[in-house]
Ligand binder design. Sequence first.
Ligand code: NAP
Length: 333
Amino acid sequence: MSREPIPARISTSSKVLVERQFLVTVTEPVAIAIVGVGKIARDQHLPSIASNARFRLAATASRHGGVDGVENFETIDTLLSARSDVQAVALCQPPQVRFEAAAKAIRAGRHVLLEKPPGATIAEVETLVAMARSQGVSLFATWHSRFATGVEPTREWLKGKTVRRVAVTWKEDVRRWHPGQAWIWEPGGLGVFDPGINALSIVTAILPPVHVTRATLEFPEGRDAPIAAQLTFAGESGFSATADFDWRQTGPQTWDIEVETDEGRLVLSKGGAEMLVDGKAVLADSDQEYAGIYRRFAELIEAGESDIDLSPLVHVADAFMLGRRSVVEPFED
Ligand code: NAP
């Protein structure tokens, strides 16, 4: 890989910060390490890296995990000091420990991919943005749901139409999707906003800006994170939006975004994998999200850019700030 500094040019929209720092010509796969080899690393990151010729899994850092045939380190510190050939890291640990790892990797001059949510607070991610800028590395705050098949076609379909109402229903069974994950109930773990932020990442990608006007948060007795939340949004564009997040849904799972417009009703279903217009399926595809993430990360590294959009995390923070809290029955794993 050759790297040639070019003048800094920062282009900022209200949502997305993309920074160009270095022009990078990639001549061979980027050597990448995964930090935190747990559920999402095994389910998605490893297969996506394996099937993307622009990356090569060079190492891992995981206290209990690892990948056969790949050198594993107990900590990111030992990885960074022992393996100067590792050019990028994908941070797949829970959000509460992501800042420290990201800061170390950036200081060591490595490109950084952040799993969602990009951090436990907004300010810490802003610090990472400044660090990445001064180090000239790419920082990518990923929102995997934005790469679901129906998201970009939905954004296109909505262009020029008047949105009247938006209803998000994101209801799943926490025991099925997060068995034994203690961190998710700890401060910074986000509780039901861990999946809910995926819906918010789609809403913020397909619709004009809105802000939280009301929220109710249901905390199981003795837990530090909510098991359910209801949000109301408003915005300059004039439509109302609601979001209903619940982790107590057994049976069929629901990940739907309904958008009523002056020209019909669109439903983005199954977390964005299916798109229906006036009840008719117009698009359905299998899971492509993480393949899209790694394509984008390669583009960012090659272009010397970063991509950080904090708007989904801002909505969650606002819900915690504005939300009325109630205590509901205890939750046991
Ligand atoms: P996980 O399996 O519970 O944790 C991932 C790995 O992080 C663990 O195997 C562990 O590896 C390391 N880790 C856990 N706690 C740690 C701590 N306190 N300090 C340092 N390392 C720690 O979690 P996950 O489900 O993969 O989720 C990780 C991130 O991906 C979360 O931000 C989540 O929102 C996001 N995500 C998850 C899913 C999903 O379906 N699970 C989907 C999309 C995104 P070692 O013990 O080996 O170090």
